[in-house]
Design a protein around this ligand. Structure first.
Ligand SMILES: [Zn+2]
Ligand SMILES: [Zn+2]
Length: 427
């Protein structure tokens, strides 16, 4: 048993230069949610070259699932998951493989495109894990699914896509996973693995608020209805919603995009607010939505305007059960080192891998990839002379290549441990 652990690690070390090369290629060629055409092709070509039993493509857009049946009989199937899409964010990461891609055709665009959430790392690490596990297939008791998921960041609102769409498209119809494993690169010390019992990430939903007035010349606002101050009133009022739900379970309502149709001398008909609602506890979501809708409708009415509020693209929280964490810790510690596996706080980020983990069970962790250390209180702080701590979705977000091998090893060792029955919550 011990032997194969070391063998998988050696094989991961051997694959590391290739994983870094893939990561840089993907980073240079990012594609937005539901447009991951070349990324999916790149992944599928690799999986086919490995001789997997099946390579399913075109799942819910550009999803790819590779199926590797082990050479030994076993009742379990582990699904290893990577998200593959990029963001409409300028790439200021400073690396020589930074992206210069612009997507001119994307709805609402043109957008600069970059892997500002690190999904290039996720994709390359899972490709590396496929290499490693395919190399050990004769000794695997069970099946491994390599799940490359598109549109994690949310497709255009007029399109379907993401994790739930993959489930609905039958990605897991057979064999059905007995465990899902996912991870996310994060601003944490390099090589550290973070986990949390309970909700690691928040429940999320996209919110669209359309404030409608009456279009009129900019010089005569009294002859029309100006939706702009109503939109401003709604944005200001949102700051009070925090105080209307328990402060012990955080919520956030962020309006990240305002779309107006006016001009300097035209009061436009509508102003549309686009944002996201996050709740650390899923049960708060309905209440926050009810209050946000009330706020929007009544604030608009106070300005003689109207507001229509829609909630789209709901994502459940990423939840780690105590049982799965306990089952996973020995493997996490063996891979990252005892002292580098740390319990972290939850965040109001989201990851729609929750759609998989909720259905099939499993575990989700974070992987540190930045120049940081932990202070006495266990909080990440930048190391002197390093590149600092930069959050995901920031144009300066970076992930260092030298940690990718840890991700490959995590995938491979978690998969092996699950298939052999060492990492599971049921006998
Ligand atoms: Zn992400
Ligand atoms: Zn993201």
């Amino acid at each position: 048993m011990h032997e194969i652990h070391e063998e998988l690690d050696r094989s991961a070390e051997k694959a590391a230069p290739q994983v870094i090369a893939w990561r840089r290629h993907l980073h240079r060629h990012p594609e937005l949610s539901n447009r991951e055409v070349e990324t999916a092709r790149f992944v599928a070509d690799h999986l086919r070259a490995l001789g997997l039993d099946e390579v399913r493509t075109g799942i819910a857009g550009h999803g790819v699932v590779g199926v590797l049946r082990g050479g030994l009989p076993g009742p379990r199937t582990v699904a290893l998951r990577a998200d593959i899409d990029a963001l409409p964010v300028r790439d200021l990461c400073g690396a020589d493989f930074a992206s210069e891609v612009v997507d001119a055709a994307y709805p609402g665009g043109p957008f600069p495109v970059s892997h500002a959430c690190g999904h290039d790392c996720h994709t390359a690490m899972l490709m590396g894990a496929a290499t490693v596990l395919a190399g050990a297939r004769e000794r695997l008791p069970g099946t491994v699914l390599f799940v490359f998921q598109p549109a994690e960041e949310g497709p255009p609102v007029t399109e379907e896509g993401g994790a739930r769409a993959m489930v609905e498209a039958g990605a897991f119809a057979g064999p059905v996973p007995t465990m899902v494993f996912g991870m996310h690169v994060t601003p944490y010390p390099k090589g550290y693995v973070g986990y949390r019992v309970g909700n690691q990430y928040a429940a999320s939903t996209l919110v669209r608020i359309v404030v409608t007035g009456k279009q009129v010349h900019g010089s005569t606002p009294w002859q029309g209805v100006d939706p702009m101050p109503a939109a401003g009133g709604i944005m200001t009022g949102i700051g009070q919603i925090y105080r209307q739900v328990s402060a012990f379970d955080p919520v956030t309502v962020t309006i990240g995009h305002v779309e107006d149709v006016g001009r300097f001398n035209i009061i436009g008909e509508t102003v549309t607010l686009w944002g996201t609602v996050r709740c650390a506890v899923a049960s708060d979501m309905a209440e926050v939505q009810r209050r946000l809708t009330t706020l929007a409708e009544h604030t608009a009415a106070a300005y003689n305007a109207t507001a229509a509020v829609d909630y789209l693209q709901p994502v459940p929280p990423v939840h780690n059960s105590a049982e799965w964490v306990a089952a996973g810790l020995p493997t996490l510690r063996r891979v990252a080192g005892e002292e580098r596996v740390v319990e972290t706080g939850g965040t109001l980020g989201y990851d729609d891998v929750s759609e998989f983990i909720d259905r099939f069970g499993g575990l989700y962790v974070t992987l540190g990839v930045q120049d940081a250390t932990l202070d006495a209180a266990g909080r990440p702080v930048p190391v002197p002379g390093g590149r600092g701590l930069v959050t995901n979705h920031n144009p300066h977000f970076y992930a260092d290549d030298d940690t990718l091998v840890t991700g490959v090893r995590l995938h491979a060792q978690v998969a092996y441990a699950h298939l052999t029955g060492a990492l599971t919550t049921s006998p």
